[in-house]
Write a protein that binds this ligand. Structure first.
Ligand code: PGA
Length: 274
């Protein structure tokens, strides 16, 4: 049973509870000129009704952040600025790294930590993810903590254990009050960038599992407020069914977020629901 169902208001808008967050993770795509064009096009494609139903964030590469921030501020666009990663330390001799303190100065609101590409390609452990999440929180931003199993782990029946282990390690030692404000992104590794998506039922099962674990570890109130995104080949065609699930509170979108029109169709998925 979900701890709190997402309810619709009489006008079709959200009636309290968790506000879905739809995030575009641009990964290492779009230079700052392309970023400006994309954000302008996205803002043009969305309206106040869309922003009433969902919160939207974009996560451009570091080199684009200042440009995107300037467009968002100049045109008063209610899209949250996000980053894709940060270093756990505030400053120091860490060549090539960017700190949470620097991101906060650019009005970044959300920072992805522990994306499976960082875990697999850059060897990030749960301890590192935990330290990054703490750094993000220290500067008043919200971490989007990514968890998810590989195809081998799923086939071996270990998906829930793997996700539980990542979650426990990544959130270790955080207070319930903090956990209630977090975003967890469940992203099965086999669904990322492959065109394969978890079925809405499988995605719902794992997101409910995440929420149940948070209820066990941090209490029911934290679990009821925690937002759990699904990520992995989300596109306009599958977004309505995924977003309808009671424990899925938004999406972390990679490939389909690079095109403003396609991403806008995911943001306003309610218009395409059957
Ligand atoms: P995808 O990526 O939508 O291209 O599968 C999702 C992600 O990596 O966050």
């Amino acid at each position: 049973m979900p701890l709190r169902r997402k309810a619709s208001g009489r006008d079709g808008g959200p009636a309290g509870g968790r506000r879905p967050l739809i995030s575009g993770n641009w990964k290492m795509n779009h230079n700052h000129f392309e970023a400006i064009q994309t954000i302008q096009k996205l803002a043009y494609a969305l309206n106040s009704d869309d922003y009433r139903h969902v919160e939207v964030s974009v996560h451009p590469p570091f080199t684009d952040l200042r440009s995107v921030q300037t467009v968002l501020q100049a045109d008063d666009i209610p899209i949250a600025l996000g980053a894709q990663d940060c270093h756990p330390e505030d400053a120091g001799a860490f060549t090539g790294e960017v700190s949470a303190a620097m991101l906060a100065k650019l009005d970044v609101s959300y920072v992805i930590v522990g994306h499976s590409e960082r875990r697999a390609l850059f060897g990030e452990s749960d301890e590192v993810v935990n330290a990054k999440a703490r750094a993000v929180l220290r500067y008043g931003m919200v971490p989007i903590v990514c968890v998810g199993e590989t195809i081998e782990q799923r086939r071996a029946g270990q998906a829930q254990d793997v996700v539980s282990g990542q979650l426990a390690g990544s959130l270790d030692g955080l207070d319930a009050g903090v956990v209630s404000k977090l975003v967890v992104a469940y992203e099965p590794v086999w669904a990322i960038g492959t065109g394969e998506t978890a079925t809405p039922a499988d995605a719902q099962d794992m997101c409910a599992h995440v929420r149940a674990q948070v209820a066990d570890g941090w209490g029911r109130a934290a679990a009821a407020d925690l937002r759990v995104q699904y990520g992995g080949s989300v596109k306009p065609s599958n977004a309505p069914d995924l977003m309808e699930q009671p424990d899925i509170d938004g999406a972390l979108v990679g490939g389909a977020s690079l095109d403003a029109t396609e991403f806008a169709r995911i943001v306003n998925h309610r218009l395409y629901a059957a």
